[in-house]
Design a protein around this ligand. Structure first.
Ligand SMILES: [Cu+2]
Length: 108
C-alpha cells in the first residue's frame, strides 16, 4: 500500500466518523419517540420526589408486559390523584428513556 492510498483511506475513515457524529442526530431522535396509551391503577403517589406508582397492563407498542412501576411525574400530573384511582397514561419512550406524557383520571 503506497502513501497516497493510506491517506485516502484515512480521509475516508474520518469523513465517515464525522457523519456519524452529526450534531443533528440528537434532534432527529425526537421524531423516533414511541408513544402508547394504557389503563393503569394508581398504587402510590410521592409528592416529595414526584413519583407515580402504577399497575398497568401489557403495552404491545412498547413490548412491555403488565407490571407495577414508578414514573417520574410533574406536580401537575400528580394533582388530584389518589391511590386506587383508575387512570389512562400516555407514555413515551425515546432513546431508552421513559417519559410520562399525560395522566388522565377515568371518570366514574
Ligand atoms: Cu411498566
Amino acid at each position: 500500500m503506497n502513501r497516497s492510498t493510506c491517506l485516502a483511506l484515512l480521509l475516508g475513515l474520518s469523513l465517515g466518523s464525522a457523519q456519524a457524529a452529526d450534531p443533528h442526530a440528537g434532534h432527529h431522535q425526537r421524531a423516533t419517540m414511541t408513544t402508547a396509551r394504557t389503563q393503569a391503577e394508581v398504587r402510590s403517589i410521592d409528592h416529595q420526589s414526584n413519583q407515580l406508582g402504577v399497575a398497568h397492563g401489557a403495552i404491545p407498542e412498547l413490548k412491555w408486559p403488565p407490571m407495577v412501576m414508578d414514573f417520574s411525574a410533574t406536580p401537575e400530573q400528580l394533582q388530584g390523584l389518589a391511590v386506587g384511582d383508575q387512570v389512562e397514561l400516555e407514555i413515551g419512550v425515546e432513546a431508552g428513556e421513559v417519559h410520562l406524557l399525560d395522566v388522565r383520571r377515568q371518570s366514574d
